[in-house]
Design a protein around this ligand. Structure first.
Ligand SMILES: Cc1ncc(C[n+]2csc(CCOP(=O)(O)OP(=O)(O)O)c2C)c(N)n1
Ligand SMILES: CC(=O)[C@@H](O)[C@H](O)COP(=O)(O)O
Ligand SMILES: [Mg+2]
Length: 642
């Protein structure tokens, strides 16, 4: 274990007012201490490192200049808010970050008054900030609202919807564009190229040189309305930026690590009453920590690591990850079918499409953080006869719901949705939980919806999706490792809408949809120990439902459980509706649907979240015993007595 860093200035802060007492000429030292503290913390906890390292100076400067929490800072995504948390009363709890009952890895309203808006998904900060700015105005309150948004997050439609709205109002909103020329991967798209041009142009150098002078001029400049309209309209400072065209006062690019530049600019902005303003701050993701600065991903998200060497400690894998199996299977399919193309919304490594891109660079599209667009882009590709795989995490696909209904399903276009991170994801908590897709996709006419019970099934489902052209089709699979089954060399096309019986038993039927299959089988073992021989079935499809299978299970068993790693309104509801509509509940069948209960689960390990949700082996077995009226055995199972 390395020695904790020396942090005398940081140690002197117990209230935010203490930070404001620190003389400005010592703030650079404070920033260094915060950075060292953050590296030390994340080396123990893991988490999002690179983004926070890039905003240390910005965090110190914002809290020094603005009267937080009265003035409000909204961190877009929230993954860069660790320095902000360290400075705002949470330092002592930082080592509980992303753990069960610990601090969230993102901003969270219930965690602190310094977190005025919760996040996790990107590109919400300008909309939320504008709402707060307008609310303050309507309530007659004078406060500053500052939205800090990254260049990656700036690629999403929502950011432009918000700027379009804000630019047309005179709302007092401050936007800081934190431009580190990185998303999780290097950013893509014309906007990113535009920002790079703004930063690398001659104007940047001249503004850097004259930053002090600029800041001295700001208050007078802003108060002179006539000059404002004339000179800003002509792009006096920078030659007319897109942001100015949208109605923002644009300041920058400024060096986001240089407190001598940042502080006077922020002072001046605080003291003006004009708006909206956009400060373009140029920062470096991973700043100040060598291994992060030199890594391709700038240590965006890390496991625990050795501070000296930067080496991350990853537990050895027992089985290939679902993501890896998806990517390999898709590559296999694409080798034989040149119509297959793949689309990611800024998550090439997370979805495994980075591997696909290595072999099929011109058939891979990273559209940036733009899930809605990704879905409709795929609809366009499908309309022209290609076979697009739209690879998006369950939680982020929520963004593209109308596009799935309107652009894909109504037109019955064969877009293939590869939905990773279905179910609980663990440390990222409720904002990233993939709980809802079965419910929200399973209700859309034309949609086919599959979930593999293990990684071999995933391989077959990728093949099925590749070969199936009649409807849109989705496959959902969990975060993490498979269960360790043998992988077939090649996938086989599954019969659409047909499940499989894994073990034929009697009186009790366990019908699993998706990644809880292994726990279901383990629950069957517990039940065997209690003298039962349950039937185990893998539904494979939530839509179309294998109604023959469901009816057979209902007619031949006394108890029927459905098990899924998704919310209420999903697979279990589809089964129950079918049973009810066909009178199969009229004769005493005991059906118990197990799903993620109707609330948002805070972060913990995936295992512990499933236990809390009543979706682990003990809960499954106990539910059976309870349905059979044996409360005592149910309790014994739950307490590990059986
Ligand atoms: C809607 C949505 N899509 C994808 C993500 C995953 N994601 C988290 S951070 C990130 C990159 C953000 O880049 P940027 O805003 O520039 O912040 P940086 O990490 O560079 O500081 C992405 C793609 C997300 N959080 N939300
Ligand atoms: C902040 C964010 O949204 C991503 O960085 C996310 O945390 C990635 O999750 P995975 O680690 O599951 O890819
Ligand atoms: Mg960035």
């Amino acid at each position: 274990m390395t020695k904790r860093p020396e942090t005398p200035l940081l140690d002197s802060i117990s209230e935010i007012s203490d930070l404001r007492e620190i003389p400005r000429n010592q703030l650079a030292q404070l920033a260094d201490e915060v950075r060292a503290e953050m590296i030390d913390v994340v080396s123990e906890t893991g988490g999002h490192l690179g983004a926070g390292l890039g905003v240390v100076e910005l965090s110190v400067a914002l809290h020094h200049v603005f009267n937080t929490p009265d003035d409000k800072i909204i961190w877009d995504v929230g993954h860069q808010a660790y320095p902000h948390k360290i400075l705002t009363g949470r330092r002592e709890h930082m080592r509980t970050l992303r753990k069960e009952n610990g601090l969230s890895g993102f901003t969270k309203r219930k965690e602190s008054p310094f977190d005025p808006f919760g996040a996790g998904h990107s590109s919400t900060s300008i909309s939320a900030g504008l709402g707060m700015a307008v609310a303050a105005e309507l309530k007659g309150e004078k406060r500053n609202i500052i939205s800090v948004i990254g260049d990656g997050a700036m690629s999403a439609g929502m950011a432009y919807e918000a700027m379009n709205n804000a630019g047309a109002m005179d709302a007092r909103l401050i936007v800081i564009l934190n431009d580190n020329d990185m998303s999780i991967a290097p950013p893509t798209g014309a906007m990113s190229a535009y920002l790079a041009r703004l930063v690398s142009g001659k104007t940047y150098r001249s503004i850097r040189e004259t930053a002090k002078q600029l800041s001295e001029h700001l208050p007078r400049f802003f108060s002179e309305k006539a000059r404002r309209t004339e000179e800003y309209a002509r792009g006096f400072w920078t030659g007319g930026t897109l942001f100015e065209e949208l109605g923002f006062y644009y300041i920058g690019p400024v060096d986001g690590h240089n407190l001598d530049h940042l502080l006077p600019i922020l002072d001046n902005i605080r003291d003006t009453d004009t708006g909206p303003i956009l400060i373009h701050a140029v920062t470096q993701k991973g700043k100040g920590y060598g291994p992060a600065e030199s890594a391709d991903d700038k240590y965006h998200g890390v496991s625990k690591f050795n501070v000296i060497t930067g080496a991350q400690s990853k537990a050895p894998a027992n089985a290939p990850s679902y993501t890896g199996v998806f990517a390999e299977s898709l590559i296999q399919e694409a080798r034989n079918d040149d119509k297959i193309v793949a689309v990611t919304a800024a998550m090439p490594s997370g979805t495994g499409l980075d591997k696909f891109a290595k072999e099929f660079a011109d058939r891979t599209f990273d559209v940036g953080i733009a899930e809605q667009h990704a879905v409709t882009f795929c609809a366009g590709l499908a309309a022209e006869g290609l076979s697009p795989f739209c690879a998006i995490y369950s939680t982020f696909l929520q963004r593209g719901y109308d596009q799935i209904v309107h652009d894909v399903a109504i037109q019955n276009l064969p877009v293939r949705f590869a939905i990773d991170r279905a179910g609980f994801v663990g440390a990222d908590g409720p904002t990233h939980s993939g709980a809802f897709d079965t419910a929200y996709l399973g209700t859309i006419p034309n949609m086919v919806l599959m979930a593999p019970g293990d990684e071999a099934e995933l391989r077959h489902m990728v093949t099925t999706a590749a070969k199936f052209d009649e409807h849109p089709i989705a496959l959902r699979y969990p975060r993490g490792e498979g269960v360790g089954v043998d992988l077939p060399a090649a996938g086989e096309m599954l019969e659409i809408g047909k499940g499989r019986i894994i073990r034929e038993g009697k009186s009790v039927a366990l019908l699993s949809f998706g990644g809880r299959l292994a726990e279901t089988m383990a629950a069957a073992e517990i039940l065997s120990g209690l003298g039962f021989n349950p039937t185990i079935a893998d539904a494979r499809f939530a839509k179309p439902l294998d109604t023959d299978l469901v009816e057979r299970l209902a007619k031949n068993h006394e108890v029927l459980l459905t098990i899924e790693e998704g919310s209420t309104g999903g697979f279990g509801s589809f089964v129950l509706s079918h049973l009810a509509q066909n009178g199969l509940l009229d004769n005493g069948l005991k059906v118990r649907p197990l799903f993620i209960p109707d609330h948002h689960f805070d972060q913990a390990s995936q295992t512990s979240m499933y236990k809390a949700a009543g979706l682990d082996r003990n809960a499954i077995a106990a539910t059976v015993m309870r349905a059979l009226g044996n409360e005592k055995a149910a309790n014994q199972v739950m307490t590990g007595g059986l």
